[in-house]
Design a protein around this ligand. Structure first.
Ligand code: NDP
Ligand code: 2IT
Length: 448
């Protein structure tokens, strides 16, 4: 059978087995669409049915999470963990707490994670989980009770050599602390079962900064291929959570000017730039007071675009750092029309397939999520190394390793794109480079 027919058959099976899971279909299609030339070069992948196997999670765990709010009312949420692929190491990937979290979204994230983790050069398989719980508006005690209930089921499925969760949307230092505490209590052991831990109890320096910093390092590598750098570049950033915050910090350090941040209610536009002092306000607003980005506009007297995303603001470089499918086809057109020359994806799958198509056709620098935002999970890998050594590294050492890893991820993606006759196309390059590593390990390990 021709490579294209094999790919089509695998995709149809995915549609049939996972009805209505549109985000999962989207993520699978993007990867499969890049693999034709790989199958031609590697008939052994076809014989071993690597594609059919790689789109099916190794294990899927779905469970009930009952908890009580501060008024004694009972709530039932649904918890998930998709242990997608362990060919390269223990399952590794974040937990997302968001009302929209469902099997489709968490499977797309788990699938992406497999190839992303392969690109990091570290030994990590891929997984993802979470719950349709909304931490917004909940008290610390409610969040704690939810996390404890969630972990009371999940603990039996994870472990430092089995499956190592971390944060994602709605799961930050506070939530990791509560879940780690409950895991420790249930297992009676102190191990590196989570990453993103507090610095005083096994966490790594630079892990909070890592996704944002890594994404900016990746953008720098892309710009270098055109003899450019970030100095003086006007940048838009979406979101105002973990990834967005540290994207702004590193962009500032490298001489760029960031003019936007957003949340699910709207966007702030600050043409003078979000400098270090204003960013300190954002960190307190979002991480401590848990308020809305609108307050930034009120505090600093800048424009607030109610209900809008940042993509109509003129920029040189765009850093989508909020959520999936936040750049539509029209947004992509607007970005291109306004002269945007680089998109680096801090969020997972933030650009729709139609938006990506336009970035690629117009040959702007496009850094796909699984390469550009891999610095977060890479630094989680470094946290695991430090936990195994029982020895923390300095800030400088971790940041240097993160930087080296981002350079390596760019190089692998760039070179794979060249090797397969699509120079400069990092979408194809990242998908192929990640896939080949996982596929080879699966071949070596037999039919499992
Ligand atoms: P946070 O929860 O810290 O922040 C999320 C931000 O995105 C908030 O500003 C939030 O606004 C906004 N947002 C979330 N959902 C939506 C939505 N449906 N529409 C509009 N805005 C939305 O999460 P992170 O910063 O950790 O994650 C952001 C993205 O980066 C996600 O795609 C995540 O998967 C990805 N990522 C995260 C990594 C990490 O290490 N944390 C690593 C790699 C990727 P609001 O508060 O209003 O909901
Ligand atoms: O999407 C991601 O890569 C993350 N949320 C981070 C996962 C991790 O294990 O650090």
């Amino acid at each position: 059978m021709a490579a294209s027919s094999i790919i089509q058959a695998v995709y149809e099976q995915v549609l049939k087995r996972n009805p209505g899971e549109v985000e999962f279909h989207q993520a699978v299609k993007e990867v499969l669409d890049c693999l034709g030339p790989v199958l031609k070069k590697h008939p052994e992948y076809i014989k071993a049915k690597i594609l059919d196997r790689i789109v099916e999670p190794e294990r899927q765990i779905i469970f009930r999470v009952p908890w009580q709010d501060d008024n004694g009312n009972i709530h039932i949420n649904r918890g998930f963990r998709f242990e997608f692929n362990s060919a390269l190491g223990p399952y590794k990937g974040g937990l997302r707490f968001h009302p929209t979290a469902n099997a489709s979204i968490l499977k797309f994230l788990g699938f992406e994670q497999v190839f992303k983790n392969a690109l990091t050069t570290l030994a990590m398989g891929g997984g993802k989980g979470g719950a349709d719980f909304d931490p917004k508006g909940k008290s610390d005690n409610e969040v704690m009770r939810f996390c404890q209930s969630f972990m009371t089921e999940l603990f039996r499925h994870i472990g430092p050599n089995t499956d190592v969760p971390a944060g994602d949307i709605g799961v930050g230092g506070r939530e990791i602390g509560f879940m780690f505490g409950q895991y420790k209590r249930l297992c009676n052991e102190f191990t590196g079962v989570f990453t993103g831990k507090g610095l005083g109890w096994g966490g790594s320096l630079i892990r909070p900064e890592a996704t944002g910093y890594g994404c900016v390092f990746f953008a720098e590598e892309m710009l270098k291929t055109r003899g450019e750098n970030l100095e003086g570049k006007v940048c838009t950033v979406s979101g105002s959570g973990n990834v967005a915050q540290y994207t702004v910090e590193k962009l500032n350090q490298l001489g760029a000017k960031v003019v936007s941040l957003s949340d699910s209610n709207g966007t702030i536009y600050d043409p003078d730039g979000i400098d270090a002092e204003k960013l300190t306000f954002v960190l307190d607003l979002k991480n401590v007071r848990r308020g809305r980005i609108k307050e930034y506009a009120e505090k600093f007297g800048v424009e607030y675009l109610d209900g809008k995303r940042p993509w109509a603001i003129k920029c040189d470089c765009a850093f989508p750092s909020a959520t999936q499918n936040e750049i539509s086809s029209n947004d992509a057109k607007t970005l291109l029309k306004n002269g945007c020359c680089l998109v680096a994806e801090g969020a997972n799958m933030p650009s729709t397939p139609e938006a990506i198509e336009q970035f690629i056709t117009n040959k702007i620098l496009y850094g796909p999520a699984k390469a550009a935002n891999a610095g977060g999970v890479a630094t989680s890998g470094l946290e695991m190394s430090q936990n195994s050594l029982r020895l923390p590294w300095t800030r400088e050492e971790v940041e240097q390793r993160l930087h080296d890893i981002m350079i390596a991820i760019h190089k692998q993606s760039y070179e794979a794109a060249e090797e397969y006759g699509q120079p400069g196309n990092l979408l194809i390059g990242a998908n192929i480079a990640g896939f080949v590593k996982v596929a080879d390990a699966m071949l070596d390990q037999g039919l499992v």
